[in-house]
Design a protein around this ligand. Structure first.
Ligand code: ATP
Length: 295
């Protein structure tokens, strides 16, 4: 549904996006992660045709994002990272305006979304708080029935309850079969609704993680007063890594834990701790200060 080929963007001599190849299948929900300045918004803006790539190309629904902007815009509902709307207009009139110009917009759905987000649409945009303006942007973007949603930090500036509601709404859009690309700095939001997460660093795609696979991964930590023996043959495939530093041992495992635990518990191990691996562990592999220095 959404595809980029060697997508590259240079701002002067600065490389913001570096030969990015991404493919998001129809109906998939894909999170795009990375620290400030990694190139996420640049990627989304090129997908919307608001920025011209220096090299490479992008397509949505088989339409080229540069050559066929109008066709692409009719397929996509986009929430920009910096929601800027008309300060003089009342919220309700902004909703009417965008519902009317988007081929898949609907005033009724916009009002219903604003109500669900508890937004007072009788206020002028200029008098709204940052969070209220974000809710207004969301009421515009979530109210179309466009098959693709591109959301640049949708929960920014929102209080925790509204954040949860917005993530539920995006999750519902995904469950109803829509394709979603979402970037967020809140890893738990991505874990809650996405099928996949792409990690970016300095304009490059450095990792592509299926979240269902991640749910099957565990970290098994314990203390062992002797050197760790070789991992037995029957569980070797499930133990992805085994490290010992002093007495502290850490195994990274995938899949069924029972046989791994049977081996660990027959060792003279103490202080055993099993943790389900999350996106945090994967993200940290690419974005700890040490990994940033090495890049
Ligand atoms: N118009 C521009 N001119 C020059 N540099 C730019 C321009 N727009 C973005 N950049 C630079 O490109 C890099 C990528 O920016 P981008 O906004 O895509 O990052 P991001 O991953 O979305 O960051 P954030 O999480 O902070 O929103 C940054 O270093 C930024 O300073």
């Amino acid at each position: 549904m959404l595809k980029t080929h060697d997508l590259t963007k240079q701002y002067g001599s600065f490389l913001a996006l570096d030969h990015a190849n991404i493919e998001i299948a129809q109906g998939e929900c894909c999170g795009v992660l990375g620290p400030n300045g990694a190139g996420k918004s640049t990627l989304f803006r090129i997908l919307m045709g608001f920025l011209r790539p220096t090299h490479g190309r992008a397509e949505i629904g088989g339409k080229d994002c540069q050559q066929s902007k109008k066709a692409v815009h009719s397929l996509v509902s986009y929430l920009p990272g910096d929601v800027r709307l008309f300060g003089e207009m009342k919220g309700k009139h902004v909703l009417d305006f965008f519902a009317d110009i988007h081929p898949r917009g609907s005033r009724e759905r916009s009002y219903a979304t604003a109500k669900r987000l508890d937004l007072d649409t009788s206020r002028r945009v200029g008098y709204m708080s940052t969070g209220m303006r974000q809710k207004l942007g969301l009421s515009i973007a979530l109210a179309t029935d466009a098959p693709v949603l591109i959301m640049d930090e949708p929960t920014t500036s929102l209080d925790p309850n509204v954040r949860g509601e917005v993530i539920r709404m995006i999750g519902q859009a995904h469950k109803s079969g829509r394709t979603v690309a979402i970037c967020s700095h809140v890893l738990s939001e991505i874990e809650d609704i996405c099928d996949r997460a792409i990690i970016m660093r300095q304009g490059k795609i450095v990792h592509d993680q299926c979240l269902q696979d991640l749910a099957r991964r565990h970290s098994v930590e314990f203390q062992l007063m002797q050197p760790l023996p070789q991992v037995p043959e029957n569980i070797r495939e499930r133990v992805l890594s085994a490290r010992q530093q002093g007495h502290a041992v850490r195994l990274e495992t995938e899949g069924e834990l029972r046989d791994v635990m049977a081996w660990v518990t027959q060792l003279p191990s103490t202080e055993l701790k099993v943790t389900r691996m999350g996106l945090r562990e994967v993200y940290d592999r690419f974005h700890t200060p040490a990994s940033e220095d090495a890049a």
